[in-house]
Design a protein around this ligand. Structure first.
Ligand SMILES: [Cu+2]
Length: 173
């Protein structure tokens, strides 16, 4: 089940690729140009796990099970623009409001209109107090992206880990 949510309304300038082949070419170009300090050299803002995120959330969504609330904050740009972004997820229990730590969280950014993912793998750092920061979220082109996210509770022995998910959608300018 996809979670409907308010998508940033200012996305009228979003561009779309004419074909998936164009996207693939862009992705390969970005991968090739992924020098260690190219972003700093060009003056592009960067982010890390220690970045201070905006206090107000870009969006807050409820997981498919209804058990968890996930507030999503982004940096260096909120709303999102194409390029390397970091995302802070603040996870709380829907019924109690308490923050939830100890989850195993994975994120796969996906561009549904063109059936491709990001040009890198997001890396997660758990900071406590329900905060999980993803770095290297490479939303390399403008358009609509899904953040396909799974959240697993710690294993309790023989039973499979209960897995929850949420797929918020954002327009990237
Ligand atoms: Cu694309």
């Amino acid at each position: 089940m996809k979670t409907p949510l308010a998508v940033e309304e200012g996305g009228t300038s979003r561009r779309t690729c004419v074909a998936a082949m164009v996207c693939a070419a862009i992705a390969l170009t970005l991968l090739a140009a992924c020098g260690s300090d190219s972003a700093a050299a060009s003056g592009v803002q960067t982010c890390s796990a220690s970045t201070t995120f905006p206090a107000s959330a870009l969006s807050t969504v409820t997981t498919d099970s209804g058990k968890l609330r996930v507030a999503i904050h982004s940096a260096p740009y909120q709303p999102l623009i194409a390029g390397l972004e970091c995302l802070e997820l603040v996870v709380t229990d829907s019924s109690t409001g308490s923050t939830v730590d100890g989850l195993t969280i994975a994120m796969t950014p996906w561009m549904p209109a063109m059936d491709h993912g990001a040009s890198g793998t997001p890396q997660v750092t758990a900071l406590g107090q329900g905060r999980y920061v993803f770095t290297n979220v490479s939303l390399f082109m403008a358009g609509e992206w899904e953040l396909r996210t799974t959240l697993s509770e710690p294993s309790t022995g023989q039973a499979p880990e209960p897995e929850d998910s949420v797929e918020p959608t954002f327009n990237v300018d």
